[in-house]
Design a protein around this ligand. Structure first.
Ligand code: FE
Length: 291
């Protein structure tokens, strides 16, 4: 249980909405679930898109994502199972393996491919798009890439495990990915059945939970219990901390938070800018081979 000290003077976040992903096809025919970036949740500033993929059927993923451009934001790929080869037009290439993260700041633009490095077996993971502010949309592209063994694993009482990709936990574990523009928190948390989990989150950040397996429950302000099941995204209310309990099975979930940019968003497929004109310019620059 959380100690009284932890709860004192804290405003606990509750779940304002439960969102289920919708089936989508992207790339050259990859079957995935779009959770953020769909009609019921177009964005959660600064998060523009969240795709979840989980399949052991090669026909769902084998076509991959052949060369395509991005401009104006970051793509964050986190793999739980399987392998993905990444290659861009600036000569950057690598394979993302289970438990590994690739945090790509597309900035002014890259053209890259993301292809499964396997012909069968399970491919499971997430791609999250995080917006960049107007002042940094045209920065040079950059990568922060870490394999599983370089991602700190915080172990707590009762078998709780927290993989800290970005941000700092209340116990002081710091993730390797740093992005001062949106100060993201990205945690992969395992809580054994029936156990409680508590984590402080920056008060002004937008935040969500995404349940990978099992279920979790949180109390809302009226003392009502909200339960999130497998593949549910829970949008969190504002507050200083999240406190939840795992259900009858061990629960694994993502905790993701980021500082909202509060800027106009103009989207055009793989380009996310502030105005329509800038999106048209991105298409023009791409056509001219300027990426
Ligand atoms: Fe991409």
């Amino acid at each position: 249980m959380n100690t009284p000290e932890q709860r004192e003077n804290l405003m606990l976040r509750s779940v304002s909405r439960i969102v289920k992903g919708m089936p989508a096809t992207d790339g050259a025919g990859v079957e995935l679930t779009r959770v953020i970036g769909q009609p019921v949740l177009p964005m959660l500033d600064p998060f523009l898109l969240l795709d979840a993929f989980r399949s052991d059927k090669p026909e769902d993923y084998i076509a991959g994502f052949p060369p395509h451009p991005h401009r104006g934001f970051e793509t964050v790929t986190y793999l739980l199972a399987g392998r993905m080869r990444h290659k861009d037009n600036a000569g950057h290439e690598g394979v993302i393996e289970p438990g590994g993260i690739q945090w790509m700041t597309a900035g002014k633009g890259i053209v890259h491919s993301e292809m499964p490095e396997q012909e069968n077996g399970m491919l499971e993971g997430f791609q999250l798009w995080i917006n960049l502010p107007a002042s940094h949309k045209m920065d040079t592209a950059a990568y922060q890439e870490y394999p599983a063994e370089q991602i700190p694993l915080e172990t707590r009482q009762a078998g709780i495990e927290v993989r800290v990709i970005s941000g700092v936990t209340s116990k002081g574990t710091k993730g390797p990915v740093v992005q001062p523009l949106t100060e993201p928190v990205y945690l992969d948390v395992l809580v054994p059945a029936g156990q409680n989990y508590f984590e402080a989150l920056p008060e002004a950040h937008n935040a969500f939970l995404y349940v990978i397996h099992g279920s979790v429950s949180l109390e809302n302000e009226d003392g009502e219990t909200m339960s999130l099941g497998r593949d549910d995204l829970g949008v969190l209310t504002q507050g200083d901390a999240v406190s939840l309990q795992a259900g009858e099975e061990d629960a694994r979930f993502l905790v993701v938070a980021g500082k909202p940019l509060r800027e106009p968003v103009a989207r055009g497929g793989p380009f996310v800018m502030n105005t329509r004109t800038e999106v048209q310019q991105a298409f023009e620059d791409f056509k001219q081979g300027e990426f």
